[in-house]
Write a protein that binds this ligand. Structure first.
Ligand SMILES: [Zn+2]
Length: 338
C-alpha cells in the first residue's frame, strides 16, 4: 500500500507553499474571506476554460502546454473545488487527469486502500488550498467560534459558505486540523444539508432546497457574500423593541432580492420589554450584485437609527461558458496575433 499519510502531508505543505508564493493570505484577509482559486490559476499562467464536459467535472491537460477545463454544469462551490483539485495536479507535477464525480465522493485526507495516489494528493491539496488552518482561525475569530462551536453542523455549514467549499469537505478538513475526532467527523458528515437549512429557516419553506442558506448576524456586518441565484439570506439581529427600535430594510434591489419571511422571538425567558431577536429572510431572484442594508430605528425618528447593518452580495453563481474573465483579453490577443 502506498504511503498515503506522507503524500497527504506533502500535498498540504505544497498548498501552503503556493499560498506564500502568491501572498494569498493577505488578499483573503483584505477581501471576501475566501481563497480566490481561479485567480491563483491565472497567476500561474495556466489557461482556465469553463465549458460543458459530459460526465466530467474537470480536466488537467499537459500537452502541448498545461491547461485546466472546468464544467459549467455544477454550482460555483463545486467549480471551485474542482479548480483547486486540477491546480493540485498542475502544481504537484502530476500526469494529465480526467476527473468525474468520484472526486467529490472521496473525503479529503481520508485515503482508502486501492485509491490512486495522484488523486489522493490532488484532493488533499484542494482541501488545504481552499481551507487552510489560518482561514479557519480567521473565521472563528470573526464569528467568536471555539472548536466546540464547530461541532454544530449549522456553524460548519456557515463556515463552508464563507470559504466557498462544500459542507462535507469542510467537515473532513476540520477533522484533519484536529478540531474534532473521527467519530464526530463521521457523525457531522452524515447530517443532511437540507436539515441544516431547515433549522436556520425556522419554519419558512422555500420552493426547493437547491440554494444555500446564509445565516447573517452582527458578526457579519460589512461582509461580502458570494452566492448563487437561488440562495436565501437570513438576517438575525437583536432588536431593542422595548425602547421602540425596530429593524427595517432600507436598501434591497427588488429584482435581485425579496423579503419572504419576517419574525421575532424573545431573547430571554422573561421577555417582556427586553430585547428581541428579529429574523428577516430574503430570497435571491436573479444573478445580481448589490447591497442589503437594514437600519434599527424608531418609526417616528427615521433619521436617527440606533444601528445599521449592511452586507454586499454577488449572486452570480456558477461561472458560465468561456475563458475565465481575467484571461479573456489575453486569449483574444493571442488569437489575433496568430
Ligand atoms: Zn484528479
Amino acid at each position: 500500500m502506498p504511503d498515503y499519510a506522507s503524500s497527504i502531508r506533502k500535498a498540504a505543505l505544497e498548498a501552503g507553499r503556493l499560498h506564500r508564493d502568491l501572498a494569498v493570505q493577505a488578499s483573503v484577509v483584505r477581501g471576501a474571506g475566501r481563497v480566490d482559486v481561479f485567480g491563483s490559476i491565472v497567476r500561474l499562467d495556466v489557461p482556465l476554460l469553463f465549458t460543458k464536459l459530459d460526465g466530467l467535472l474537470g480536466v488537467y491537460l499537459r500537452e502541448p502546454s498545461p491547461g485546466i477545463l472546468i464544467t459549467t454544469q455544477r454550482p460555483r462551490n463545486q467549480q471551485r473545488f474542482t479548480a483547486a483539485h486540477e491546480l493540485g495536479h498542475h502544481y504537484l507535477g502530476h500526469a494529465p487527469s480526467l476527473d468525474d464525480d468520484d472526486m467529490l465522493r472521496r473525503a479529503p485526507f481520508q485515503a482508502r486502500k486501492g485509491d490512486d495516489l495522484q488523486e489522493v494528493e490532488a484532493e488533499a491539496f484542494a482541501a488545504a488550498y481552499l481551507l487552510p488552518r489560518w482561514l479557519v482561525d480567521y473565521h472563528c475569530e470573526r464569528q467568536d467560534w471555539t472548536d466546540d462551536d464547530l461541532a454544530d453542523p449549522v456553524n460548519v455549514y456557515q463556515l463552508a459558505l464563507r470559504v466557498g467549499t462544500s459542507y462535507q469537505a469542510t467537515v473532513w478538513t476540520l477533522h484533519q486540523y484536529d478540531v474534532f475526532d473521527r467519530k464526530a467527523a463521521s457523525a457531522l458528515a452524515g447530517v443532511q444539508v437540507k436539515k441544516i437549512k431547515q433549522k436556520i429557516l425556522r419554519g419558512y419553506e422555500p420552493e426547493n432546497y437547491r440554494g444555500d442558506v446564509w445565516l447573517l448576524t452582527d458578526r457579519d456586518a460589512d461582509m461580502r457574500i458570494e452566492g448563487g441565484p437561488q440562495d436565501l439570506l437570513v438576517v438575525r439581529l437583536p432588536e431593542h423593541s422595548g425602547s421602540g427600535y425596530l429593524w427595517r430594510v432600507q436598501t434591497i434591489d427588488g429584482e435581485a432580492l425579496a423579503v419572504v419571511a419576517d419574525g421575532r422571538e424573545a431573547l430571554d425567558a422573561d421577555g417582556v420589554g427586553g430585547p428581541t431577536l428579529r429574523q428577516i429572510t430574503a430570497a435571491a431572484r436573479d444573478r445580481k450584485s448589490g447591497e442589503l442594508r437594514l437600519a434599527e430605528m424608531r418609526p417616528w425618528q427615521p433619521t436617527k437609527p440606533l444601528n445599521v447593518f449592511k452586507v454586499s452580495y454577488s449572486l452570480e453563481g456558477a461561472e458560465a461558458q468561456g475563458w475565465f474573465k481575467d484571461q479573456r483579453q489575453q486569449h483574444r490577443e493571442r488569437l489575433e496575433a496568430a
